[in-house]
Design a protein around this ligand. Sequence first.
Ligand code: NAD
Length: 255
Amino acid sequence: MGLMSGKRGVIFGVANDKSIAWGTAQKLHEHGAELAFTYLNEALEKRVRPLAESLGSEIILPCDVTSDEQIEAVFAELEKRWGKIDFVVHSVAFANRDDLKNPFSQTSRDGFRLAMDISAYSLIPMVRYAAPLMSEGGSVVTMTYLGAVRAVPQYNVMGVAKAALESSVRYLAAEFGEKNIRVNAVSAGPIKTLAASGIGDFKKKLHVMEERSPLKRTVTQEEVGNSALYLLSDLASGVTGEVHYVDGGFSIVAG
Ligand code: NAD
């Protein structure tokens, strides 16, 4: 019996086999979960569909999280196919490349709005539409980064969006706790992915992590997936509103 046997849920944010969402999907599958996936657009569908099918998934739906209607449609389809769900993985973020390179004070109003919309706000309607399907309780995990609480060079507007995301985790956890719906975040160390390629000097972040983190190395998508698995499983039945660090201890060291 796996930790997730009999549980069903949806994963937002697989772009390819390097995605943190994919590392998470593999762990959930290994532990017996039944998974649905979403993809951003047709170009990504070509990558996501074969990955999803390799884990036996039959529900693979489009969703641009800037659209409430598309988010609602995903959960309407899940209700039709499954009736109820047990978990949601939110592993979605975006900011304009310029806003991750230029000095922070140059952040444009539109760039700020876009980063907040996709990377922070989207969690709120996701939980809103997921909650009625979590009739026997449920668990939601989102992905965040240290730049939410420290001024990490060039993380810029994404750090502000992650701060809003982490705060949203606490408010959603407070609102839905009575319904036994838990909401948590995993704060991952830097990992080379499509999204990470937009962040200025990303390689340097990997080197700094190898040099300074207590574990003296970077972490993997699978290690992040293991923590998401824990938070989504009944092992974490008493845990909500938390930010759980998977960064080799980097966040605890100074200098
Ligand atoms: P990724 O590029 O594989 O995943 C980002 C996903 O966001 C993609 O699947 C993309 O399609 C999706 N996305 C972007 N705009 C969207 C929209 N409008 N609607 C729907 N989906 C949209 O990169 P990743 O590194 O796996 O990122 C996943 C999450 O992990 C993000 O929240 C990211 O901030 C977070 N994270 C990443 C790192 C890292 O170093 N890679 C570290 C900490 C946290």
